[in-house]
Ligand binder design. Structure first.
Ligand code: NAD
Length: 540
């Protein structure tokens, strides 16, 4: 395999959709067009459309009566068929020169960033209830995953062992033997696209089970991949009811799981895999990025306005439905009155509503189940006044769409339910700490919640920053200094956390790609010995 060079990518630029721009006009038109139709979404198995007749409706979360798509779901026969097609594709794909493989994904990136962009942005907005900004950063992230993935694949192939006189050593970076199962969450288009394709970039084949809630937007990913020339069977688009998962997780050729979703689901899947462990030809690779209970700590030396802006964006953008969303806030007592006065004044300006209205900052919650779950935390706070006080919001309404207004809850217990469980909605719980208990508070931040995904420290005092960075070393896989805990960019802030937040393989970085490879070491001896005896055996 030759090691051609490949250009270092630039991060994809975001389009702002400012008033008066051509892009804004195009996007608005696309939104209208997509809204008018109800499309049918097939499975894609071995490059072919399959319709099972077992369908689900895809609705707009902020306009819940509007069905934008009818999607087919796979049954056991289609799942088995997808495995067969994936394994058929494996031989050629796994042996194809890396340069040709990555060319497909670079083409897909250019298609998504170019001709597909506005329609895909409109689809993300409607299906996932994202604002133009949130949809744009999501799409751009997938473009980055593919471009940087191509670059990192080459970086890995370049890693080769030492040479020595008389021998030649090589490492053959083999893809895994078998198929990868990719299971993606509802909240990010980019993650949905990355989970089946990161393994494919380095020669694997995958069965992709997208989230049932976002099949309309996610189908664009599959269309782009097919147009880019991805060979049939390399990625198979196979949404199926959860109860069929064991068909894949007990198959002898199951080689790995690439998962993003909640902690509870990941644990469930890991248990299914482990009870079938003696059926597999290889020990499967299990990669999972899961939930978070992400924090912002505001030291008394912090710039209050900067900390407030980061808190509003970090906690409430995309309605708090980000694994990295701030959901626990710790503020020093001496600055709390000023902090809250500033934050409240800003929150009054936040508009919640349908995302086609471009003055909106927050859209709707993805579905009724998630809506009810978030509301149950607000209700819990109301029922426990000895521990919680709702100081802002607490309002919700599902008559037209699943809307929950930004909610801020004060607590006197930094280890209570709302400070430790993932809520995954626009609910921020605040604990005010005594200024002279800064270090003690950092230890509470570290120990109270079981997750370890993201977190921020706001301070001007360098000593305070140093202390937070040290004490919170394992509290976050992505740690921010004077920035919000959301919005990691591919290749610049490799993303992922440990503890209950996942296996921390860092999506989009070379470390993740390594999980989908199983190196073979090849040694060639130039002039092999002709005598088996060792030197010490000579006669004195
Ligand atoms: P979820 O766990 O409910 O579902 C994730 C995926 O798993 C979905 O496709 C779902 O259909 C599937 N699934 C659920 N049960 C299954 C089963 N028994 N068998 C097979 N598949 C099954 O999560 P979600 O609500 O879609 O997403 C939100 C969660 O994802 C949050 O916990 C969030 O923190 C997490 N998340 C983490 C990251 C990260 O990078 N750490 C990124 C995005 C989302």
């Amino acid at each position: 395999m030759s090691l051609w060079s490949i250009e270092k990518p630039q991060t994809e630029k975001f389009i702002g959709y400012e008033p008066g721009t051509k892009e804004r006009e195009i996007l608005k038109k696309k939104l209208e067009e997509l809204r008018e139709k109800t499309v049918e979404i097939p499975l894609i198995i071995g490059g072919k459309e399959v319709k099972t007749g077992d369908t689900v409706e895809i609705r707009i979360p902020h306009d819940k009566e509007k069905v934008i798509a009818i999607a087919h779901m796979a049954g056991p026969d289609e799942i088995r068929e997808a495995v067969e097609k994936a394994l058929d594709a494996w031989t050629k794909w796994s042996e194809m020169d890396w340069y040709h493989r990555v060319a497909v994904f670079r083409k897909a990136a250019d298609l998504l960033a170019g001709p597909y962009r506005f329609e895909a942005i409109a689809a993300i907005m409607l299906n996932q209830s994202k604002t133009p900004w949130e949809a744009e950063i999501d799409l751009a992230e997938l473009v980055d995953f593919w471009r940087w993935g191509a670059y990192y694949a080459r970086f890995i192939y370049e890693q080769q062992p030492e040479q020595y006189p008389g021998e030649m050593n090589r490492v053959d970076w083999r893809p895994l033997e078998g198929f990868i199962v990719a299971i993606s969450p509802f909240n990010f288009f980019s993650i949905a696209g990355n989970l089946p394709t990161a393994p494919a970039l380095v020669g694997n084949v995958s069965i992709w089970k997208p989230s049932r809630w976002v099949l309309f937007s996610n189908y664009y990913i599959m269309k782009v991949l097919m147009e880019a020339g991805l060979p049939p069977g390399v990625v198979n688009f196979v949404p199926f009811p959860n109860r069929h998962a064991e068909i894949l997780f007990s198959h002898p050729d199951f080689a790995g799981l690439h998962f993003t979703g909640s902690y509870a689901t990941f644990v469930r899947l890991w248990k299914i895999i482990s009870r079938n462990i003696d059926k597999f030809r290889n020990f499967p690779r299990i990669v999972g990025e899961t939930g978070g209970k992400d924090f912002i700590v505001v030291h008394n030396s912090a710039d209050i306005k900067e900390a407030v802006v980061a808190t509003i964006r970090g906690a409430f953008e995309y309605q708090g439905q980000k694994c990295s969303a701030a959901s626990r806030l710790f503020v020093a007592k001496s600055i709390w009155p000023k902090f809250w006065e500033t934050m409240k004044a800003e929150l009054e300006k936040v508009k919640v509503g349908p995302v086609e209205d471009f003055s909106v900052f927050m859209g709707a919650i993805i579905n009724e189940e998630q809506f009810n779950k978030i509301v149950s935390y607000i209700e819990y706070a109301k029922q426990h006044p000895e521990e919680y006080q709702i100081i802002y919001g607490g309002k919700y309404d599902k008559s037209k769409g699943y809307f929950i207004w930004p909610t801020v809850i004060l607590t006197n217990n930094p280890k209570g339910k709302l400070m430790t469980e993932e809520i995954f909605g626009p609910v921020l719980t605040v604990y005010i700490y005594d200024d002279d208990k800064y270090e003690e508070t950092l230890w509470v931040v570290d120990k109270a919640a079981p997750y370890g995904l993201t977190g921020s420290i706001f301070a001007k005092d360098r000593e305070a920053i140093v202390k937070a960075e040290k004490i919170l070393r394992y509290a976050a896989g992505n740690f921010y200094i004077n920035d919000k805990p959301t919005g990691a960019i591919v290749a610049r802030q490799p993303f992922g956390g440990s503890r209950w937040s996942g296996t921390n393989d860092k999506a989009g970085w070379f470390t993740n790609l390594l999980r989908w490879l199983t190196p073979r070491t090849i040694k060639e001896l130039l002039v092999p010995p002709k005598d088996w005896r060792r030197p010490y055996m000579g006669v004195d």
